[in-house]
Design a protein around this ligand. Structure first.
Ligand code: NAI
Length: 326
């Protein structure tokens, strides 16, 4: 019998958690039994108990156990995968600096706790916003964990871009390969069609409509989160959970041979992205490790957009440095 995979989820009583936990428990990461470690703040533990009752009631064969609590060092003990979903949303009247410091406190503490008690093979995926900078804060506060074990979620943007391109070209989502999101998980992100393919053909050429690409595709993908809030009255949760699963599954089990995925990971200076920023890149994954796809030619149009988004990341890094969080 194989040891269960220990998976921590923070913010487990939230909207994304309600979608994510059931998929994790039902085998979305594979047949290996899974033990869930669910972290919440004290006031949300009662509601989380209700979610655990529902998990029990599903009688999932792959669910080996569930533990809940508000103490990160207890919950993260021995975890192989940590999905950091819980974050402080921007409240009324809250400035960007307030948001960064509220989240800074959360991700400083969680980085330290992971550093102290996580399993040696831990991988950490940050979904909670601002995801890239939260991941940077956690990474910086976990000096004994290799920096490459931290990643922020841009897979939802990646999936959104595939879906928009499929709709535009009439292709199936499975006909689309090599999509890339560059930069920050924010409105400055750059979804890149110049390296993507539709049925083996260059996507920008297949579309053949630069105006659509600039004025429709890029803003639609980048502002999709706001459009969903507008339509649904609350933020994207099931699709964010689904992307969180896609990202974790590919990280642990490897990406498809003829394709790549988008992940925000630490820059070693690739594509002139400043060293140490957690920025989205095209990556392949294998054996639990990622590597950035190298050698792509970046034209002037793409260069300007990548630079704008990474400049925003550098600003966020400066802000959290000034706040003493990293
Ligand atoms: P939510 O507000 O429904 O749930 C967040 C949960 O986190 C709450 O239950 C809260 O009690 C918990 N929490 C707050 N501080 C915590 C702490 N210190 N430790 C543990 N839990 C804590 O929010 P939702 O919709 O589930 O979204 C979660 C995050 O994911 C938000 O930051 C949201 O902006 C982000 N998000 C990211 C996406 C991405 O593509 N990267 C897409 C969609 C959402």
């Amino acid at each position: 019998t194989s040891e269960p995979l220990k998976v921590a989820v923070t913010g487990a009583a939230g909207q994304i958690g309600y979608s994510l936990l059931f998929r994790l428990a039902s085998g979305a990461l594979g047949d290996r039994p899974i033990e869930l470690r669910l972290l919440e703040i004290e006031p949300a533990l009662k509601s989380l108990e209700g979610v655990v009752m529902e998990l029990d009631d599903c009688a999932f064969p792959t669910l080996a156990g569930v533990e809940i609590g508000a103490d990160a060092e207890k919950i993260f003990d021995g975890v192989n995968l940590a999905l950091l979903v819980g974050a402080r949303p921007r409240g009324p009247g809250m400035e960007r600096g307030d948001l960064l410091s509220a989240n800074g406190a959360i991700f400083t503490a969680q980085g330290k706790a992971l550093n102290a008690v996580a399993a040696d093979d831990v991988r950490i995926g940050v979904t909670g916003n601002p995801a890239n900078t939260n991941a940077l804060i956690a990474m910086t506060n976990a000096p004994d964990i290799p920096r490459e074990r931290f990643s922020a979620l841009t897979r939802l943007d990646h999936n959104r871009a595939i879906s928009q391109l499929a709709a535009k070209t009439g292709a199936k989502v499975t006909d689309i390969k090599k999509m890339t999101i560059w930069g920050n998980h924010s409105a400055t992100q750059y979804p890149d069609l110049f390296h993507a393919e539709v049925n083996g053909q260059n996507a920008a050429e297949a579309v053949g409509d630069q105006a659509w690409l600039e004025n429709d595709f890029i803003p639609t993908v980048a502002k999709r989160g706001a459009a969903i809030i507008e339509a649904r009255g609350s933020s994207s949760a099931a699709s964010a959970a689904s992307a969180t699963i896609d990202a974790a599954r590919d990280w642990l089990h490897g990406s498809a041979a003829d394709d790549w995925v988008s992940m925000a990971v630490v820059s070693h200076g690739e594509y002139d992205v400043p060293e140490g920023l957690i920025s989205s890149f095209p990556v392949t994954t294998s054996g639990g490790d990622w590597s950035i796809v190298e050698g792509l030619e970046i034209d002037e149009f793409s260069r300007a957009r990548i630079d704008a988004s990474t400049a925003e990341l550098a600003d966020e890094r400066n802000a959290v440095t000034e706040l003493g969080l990293i």
